[in-house]
Ligand binder design. Structure first.
Ligand code: KG4
Ligand code: ZN
Length: 339
């Protein structure tokens, strides 16, 4: 099966062609980031995002087909993100997908963006069900038990800010550019993680929920005491913030792996990480270590497939097609759509 995927739920306009499910192959994976359009506002502006998707999506789809050396005739289905995400962008992608599906007479598959992230590791690695997923992006921070296609259990989530969002807000607070994650990581390299002590919110409670807003507030309080803040202090604050986040994630990962063992004593646990925050080296090594200590497999798909892309949407479409029914043309975009 060859599926065209379309992703427009946040600030990446993306189209890809993927073949599978046996010996899966990414024939093309075109991504256009809107970072330049949003930088001056210090975050994604939904209205600007939707307009930017409209302007380039046709061209991105054409590029993805050309790179894959495919025409619409060679495509078996069109898969598009139908939510969750910024509604304007989701509408652009889903309507484009419906138009192509109708004109080319191909089935339409509405994909949950989170399901796209959840199944990516099966495209890149030989991975069976069940497995644990830690999704850490600008919009989501959650642990999922992926039990099968369409069979997900959310084990825990952030009760306030997503981790990427906390990185972005921290960067803004400290006068660093958007997106904040890479900027904070870069500064943290020059910093002393032990000069400031930040809390580890919620870690005293059982379960897998997380909280990151308090961390940012604590950091603001520390920074305000020291105004004007010099470069070394910014670096030290970044290092303390990153250490606290990595600490929370690795503690929660250990709990998640314990839970996996309890439920599936005969299966080697595997934990997959996805989302933009997975690019962070300190967080990656904290997770790798937690997995190693628990005798679990740690799977991190290549960064280009961890952050938002359409190959994961096309792949989720292929996985869904195995189950049979395709979607109705009347379906609506869903800004909120928990797995
Ligand atoms: O998955 P993603 O590209 O987009 C969505 O949010 O869906 O994730 C973007 C988020 C941003 O908040 C960004 O600051 C964060 O991932 N991020 C990082 C790093 N690179 C990107 N956070 C920490 N360290 C990084 N190196
Ligand atoms: Zn995403």
């Amino acid at each position: 099966m060859t599926v065209l995927g379309i992703e427009t739920s946040c600030d990446e306009t993306a189209a890809a062609v993927v073949r599978g499910p046996a010996s899966p192959e990414i024939l093309s994976n075109v991504i256009r980031s809107q970072i330049d359009e949003h930088t001056e506002f210090g975050g994604v502006v939904p209205e600007i995002a939707a307009r930017a998707h409209i302007e380039v999506l046709d061209r991105i789809v054409a590029e993805a087909l050309a790179e894959a050396k495919c025409s619409f005739d060679d495509i078996d289905a069109i898969a598009a993100t139908a939510g969750p995400g910024l509604i304007g962008g989701v509408i652009v992608g889903l309507m484009t997908a419906k138009a192509i599906a109708m004109a080319a007479g191909k089935p339409l598959i509405a994909v949950n963006h989170l399901e796209g992230h959840a199944l990516t590791a099966r495209l890149t690695d030989d991975l069976g069900f069940p497995f644990l997923l830690l999704l850490v992006s600008g919009g989501h921070s959650q642990f999922l038990m992926v039990r099968g296609i369409g069979d997900y259990e959310r084990l825990g989530t952030t009760i306030d800010d997503a981790i990427g969002e906390a990185f972005d807000k921290t960067a803004k607070l400290l006068g660093l550019p958007y997106p904040g994650g890479p900027a904070v990581e870069q500064m943290a390299r020059k910093g002393d993680p032990n000069r400031f002590r930040l809390p580890r919110p919620l870690l005293d409670r059982p379960g897998l929920d997380m909280s990151f807003a308090g961390l940012k507030t604590a950091l603001r309080t520390q920074a305000q005491k020291l105004e004007p803040v010099d470069d070394q202090t910014v670096a030290d604050l970044c290092a303390a913030f990153q250490k606290a986040v990595a600490g929370v994630l690795s503690a929660r990962t250990r709990t998640a792996l314990d839970l996996f063992r309890e439920r599936y004593p005969d299966i080697q646990p595997a934990i997959v990480v996805a989302g933009g925050v997975a690019a962070n080296q300190e967080i990656r090594s904290a997770l790798t270590e937690a997995a190693e200590q628990a005798g679990a497999r740690f799977v991190a798909p290549p960064m280009r497939l961890c952050t938002d892309n359409a190959a994961m949407i096309a792949w989720a479409g292929i996985e869904r097609l195995r189950l049979g029914p395709v979607d109705d043309m009347n379906l609506s975009p869903r800004p909120r759509w928990p797995l």
